[in-house]
Design a protein around this ligand. Structure first.
Ligand code: CU
Length: 141
């Protein structure tokens, strides 16, 4: 009986009381290793973007940008090209729900964010020319 109780208590502690950890790796081949991320509505997401390559952020920089549902991704990516000073995230753009900074080989960045509404959110790397390869979806259930 006591053992069962202990197991139940441990199981409770093992539940995601804190943020959901998501790790996304990117590389010199202009790829994310994840194309689909599933989370629950309202849960805090702790997302770490790693760059496992060797190239610097000026030539092979990557970021992770979460876009609002219904965003015209191509139009956003085009606007982002102009925003080098702000890590290719246009300032004051309502489409951006969360983003990391731009990182180069060997670097990482971690962000936390929450998606409250169920649905499908697109994510991209907004470094010029990368979004057609570096993209995926966050499915919020
Ligand atoms: Cu990139």
């Amino acid at each position: 009986m006591r053992k069962i109780l202990l197991t139940v208590v441990l199981a409770l502690f093992a539940m995601p009381l804190f943020a959901k950890d998501v790790v996304v790796n990117s590389d010199d081949a202009m790829k994310f290793d994840v194309s689909e991320i599933k989370v629950k509505a309202g849960e805090e997401i702790k997302l770490t973007l790693n760059h496992t390559g060797k190239l610097g952020k000026d030539v092979m920089g990557h970021n992770f940008v979460v876009l609002a549902q219904g965003t015209d991704v191509q139009a956003f990516a085009n606007a982002a090209i102009q925003a080098k000073a702000t890590d290719y995230v246009p300032e004051g753009n309502d489409s951006v729900l969360a983003h990391t900074k731009v990182i180069g080989g060997g670097e990482s960045d971690t962000i936390t964010f929450t998606l409250k509404e169920k649905g499908t959110y697109e994510f991209i790397c907004s470094f010029p020319g990368h979004s057609f390869m570096m993209k995926g979806v966050i499915i919020v259930e």
